[in-house]
Write a new protein. Structure first.
Lengths: 296, 259
């Protein structure tokens, strides 16, 4: 019986992109000396609607949606769902305050208030970054702290989801920046993001291999069957085509083939957009087969 | 002193009176999904409105096949995974029994994912998580659970847990001395001690029971640490390397060129 269906894997995908995009954008901005605020803002603007849609999906999936507020009446650090509720709440609250402050900046007339607001948004971006790391980790911990062998047979599900979240986060930022023709985000930054994504994908592949090996040798009843379900069972087509090819090999190949080259004209699509679309679809399929496969 | 129930699989004849008694006492509706699954088991699985059912097992023993029946329901674990993961505090221990507060439960289904015995379910149209509650209304008034009351073969006993452990050990010894060398007790120490104990005649997995059930949150710290280490690794390798280190190298090469 499938208890957690499509709303849950869609939510995990959206929450992963939300946290992953901000996580990557914050690091890029910090490591580039605070020159990539446009990237940070884009990740925040994308994250809020993604998080809100994700929360709505979660509420719809509840057996008694009208009681969703009970989640906020309790805090239990041992329950990944309870902790995740508060992590998501803090993330959205910080992001919304940042968006309001960024919008309000244009109305500030004195240098002093501008500096004060910049300090507040700077502090909030640090908090949001920390909660982004917690958010992308929680999506995996939610599944792993269970008794479904595919999820709990290894401790690598959170690591796998973290890597996939960062990869999908980078992908959605690249696509939105290019399609939206954001002039503040240069091709050079996008090329570097694409190179970073190639390394993230390589790490994700290593984690996936570790995940498969661990499942194969896990003593937990049903773990080996879970691995067989993914690799040679009914979910094998989705796993090999959707995850291995779409999420990993195709984008990695395209990103590596354009590494360090100057990207112009139509090559932009092949170098940046196609791999990003593959990563997004692959990330969605990864979550779908892990969530559904764990309950089969 | 805590109460518990003991199921002696070697005495169960599979009449399923316990299933009917459970439905009747708890006013649970019948199942509509009663298709043939290749077994006499009916209904095919536990659900939000079927809190106990008899599972059929055919086990090869002494060159022949032995047909066993195992009653399946919530085990009322001392270390209960459903209680550990519940985000709203709806599931809690009332004494030794694990109860879902139907007024607090939001029907998120996390308990169903966490239970190692597949004993709690959330399905429409009921919405909330539902499972065996050990007939708490009966037990707290000095009666035995409905399933125990109705059992005609004496396969289910309800008593003080310590008493049942003594009874069970004597029964296991008796079985071992009478051609059942694999007989054993299940539930004494699993998950801090179950409140449904079983006398089984073989390995737990042969009767659909996990060999070594784990609390769902056992590895929680490791899972968080593993995920956050991965996040740190991703921050350090691709991002620091490509955005910070490369920028420093470019700046130093420009400065070197100007000199």
């Amino acid at each position: 019986m499938i208890t957690w269906g499509s709303p849950i894997w869609l939510y995990l995908w959206l929450a992963g992109m939300t946290g992953g995009a901000f996580f990557a954008a914050f690091l890029v901005d910090r490591f580039m000396g605070g020159t990539q605020k446009a990237l940070l803002r884009l990740a925040t603007y994308l994250g809020v609607p993604f998080a809100v849609i994700g929360v709505l999906l979660l509420i719809v999936d509840l057996g008694t949606p009208i009681r969703f507020w009970h989640l906020f009446a309790e805090f239990d650090a041992a329950s990944a769902m309870s902790l995740g509720t508060w992590i998501l709440f803090v993330w959205v609250a910080c992001a919304v305050i940042m968006i309001v402050l960024w919008y309000g900046e244009r109305f500030l007339t004195t240098e002093g208030t501008r500096i004060a607001v910049a300090r507040i948004t700077g502090a909030l971006s640090w908090i949001t970054f920390i909660f982004s790391a917690l958010l992308i980790t929680y999506t995996g911990v939610l599944l792993a702290s269970s008794n479904q062998a595919l999820w709990a047979g290894t401790v690598l599900v959170p690591s796998l989801f973290v890597a996939s979240a960062v990869s999908t986060g980078v992908a959605v930022v690249i696509i939105t920046a290019l399609v939206g023709r954001n002039q503040e985000i240069t091709k050079r930054t996008i090329a570097r993001l694409s190179e970073a994504d190639a390394i993230v994908i390589a790490i994700e592949m290593a984690i996936l291999i570790g995940f498969a090996i661990w499942l194969g040798i896990s003593a937990m009843g049903g773990a080996t069957e879970g691995l067989k379900l993914l690799t040679i069972g009914s979910l094998a087509p989705a796993f090999w085509v959707g995850v291995v090819l779409l999420a990993l090999l195709i984008p990695l190949g395209l990103e590596l083939s354009h590494w360090g080259k100057e990207i112009k004209g139509r090559t932009v699509w092949l170098a940046f957009v196609v791999p990003s679309v593959c990563v997004l679809l692959g990330g969605l399929i990864l979550r779908a087969i892990i969530v559904v496969g764990g309950q089969m | 002193m805590t109460k518990a129930a003991l199921v002696d699989i070697t005495k169960c004849m599979g009449c399923r009176g316990c299933q009917v008694a459970c439905k009747a006492w708890n006013d649970n509706s019948g199942e509509t999904d009663t298709h043939n699954t290749g077994s006499y088991e009916n209904p095919p699985h536990l659900s939000a409105s079927t809190w106990t059912r008899i599972e059929f097992y055919e086990i090869g023993q002494n060159g022949g096949v032995q047909w066993y029946f195992r009653k399946h329901q919530c085990m009322h674990c001392t270390a209960a995974s459903c209680e550990a993961v519940c985000p709203t505090g709806a599931i809690s221990h009332k004494g030794e029994f694990v109860i879902v507060d139907q007024n607090i439960c939001i029907g998120c289904g996390y308990c169903a994912m966490a239970c190692p015995f597949d004993a709690v379910h959330r399905e429409p149209p009921l919405g909330t998580a539902r499972k065996c509650w050990f007939c708490f209304d009966r037990v707290s008034n000095g009666y035995e659970p409905a399933c125990v009351k109705t059992c005609p073969s004496g396969a289910i006993e309800f008593d003080e847990r310590d008493e049942l452990l003594t009874t069970a050990q004597a029964r296991v010894d008796n079985l071992k001395n009478n051609g059942h060398p694999k007989a054993r007790l299940y539930g004494e120490n699993e998950l801090g001690g179950l409140h449904w104990l079983y006398i089984i005649d073989g390995r737990p997995s042969e009767f659909g029971l996990p060999e070594s059930p784990q609390l769902a949150t056992n590895m929680l710290v490791g899972q968080w640490v593993g995920g956050l280490i991965t996040a740190g690794l991703l921050a350090a390798i691709p991002f620091w390397l490509l955005f910070r280190r490369k920028r420093e190298l470019e700046e130093s090469s420009i400065a070197g060129g100007e000199q």
